[in-house]
Design a protein. Structure first.
Length: 203
C-alpha cells in the first residue's frame, strides 16, 4: 500500500500527566480521574458546558482530541476518527447496572444509559469540532498499531478524508490511558506501524 502520509502530532494522557509530542503540557496531583479531568478542562480554558455531563470515557477522549486538534491547521469537517480500546464502555456499563439494581429506582438513568456505547465519545468530539466524517471504534485486547494503520490508510488512499485522528482511549474505573495521533499530508514522521508503536511506547 502506497504511503505518503505523516503523523502530524500526538498526545498522551496518563497518570495525571498530559504530553503533546515530547512536551509535558500539564500535570496534576489529583486523586481521581474526575478531579484530574476537571482540572485539565479548567487549565485549558474549556468552554463547552456539556463536558460536565459526559461519562469518564468521553471526557478522556474529548480532552485528548481538544488539546491535539487545537494545535493543528489542517483539520476540517472531513477529518475521520478511528479509535480503539480494550474495555469498551465497561466503566459506564457498571454505573448503568447500579441504577438498574437500585431498588429505589423505578427506571435506569437515561443520562447514564446514553453513554453505554464506546463510540459515543466520537459523537461528542464530532459535535464540538463540527465533523461530518467517517468514524469507527474498535475493541482489541491491546493497542493494535497495525490495524489503526491499515484502516486509516485505507480511508486516506480512497480519498474519503485528508486526515485521520486515530488512537487508543481506555477508561476502566480509575485506570485511564489516552493516546491519539493525527495523520495527514504534512509532518516529519512517516505514517507507518513502526512509527505508531514508537510514539505510543515513548512515554
Amino acid at each position: 500500500m502506497k504511503n505518503d502520509h505523516f503523523i502530524q502530532d500526538y498526545i498522551r494522557i496518563k497518570d495525571n500527566r498530559i504530553k503533546l509530542g515530547e512536551k509535558v503540557l500539564f500535570e496534576s496531583d489529583s486523586k481521581s480521574f474526575a478531579a484530574f479531568a476537571k482540572a485539565t478542562y479548567q487549565h485549558f480554558n474549556g468552554k463547552y458546558p456539556k463536558f460536565f455531563k459526559m461519562d469518564a470515557l468521553s471526557k478522556l477522549a474529548f480532552l485528548a482530541a481538544e488539546i491535539l486538534l487545537s494545535n493543528q491547521k489542517y483539520v476540517d469537517e472531513n477529518t475521520a476518527l478511528v479509535f480503539s480500546n480494550r474495555a469498551g464502555s465497561l466503566d459506564t456499563d457498571r454505573k448503568h447496572q447500579e441504577t438498574i439494581a437500585d431498588a429505589n429506582n423505578y427506571y435506569p438513568s437515561p443520562a447514564v444509559f446514553v453513554y453505554t456505547l464506546p463510540n459515543i465519545c466520537l459523537g461528542e468530539i464530532s459535535i464540538k469540532h463540527k465533523l461530518h466524517s467517517e468514524n469507527s471504534f474498535f475493541i482489541f485486547d491491546h493497542f493494535n498499531a497495525n490495524h489503526l494503520f491499515q484502516y486509516s490508510s485505507g480511508l486516506l488512499q480512497a480519498n474519503k478524508t485528508a486526515s485521520v485522528l486515530c488512537g487508543w482511549v481506555e477508561m476502566d474505573t480509575e485506570n485511564y490511558d489516552a493516546f491519539l495521533y493525527l495523520v495527514g499530508e504534512n509532518g516529519a514522521l512517516p505514517h507507518t506501524t513502526d512509527a505508531i508503536n514508537e510514539v505510543y511506547n515513548n512515554e
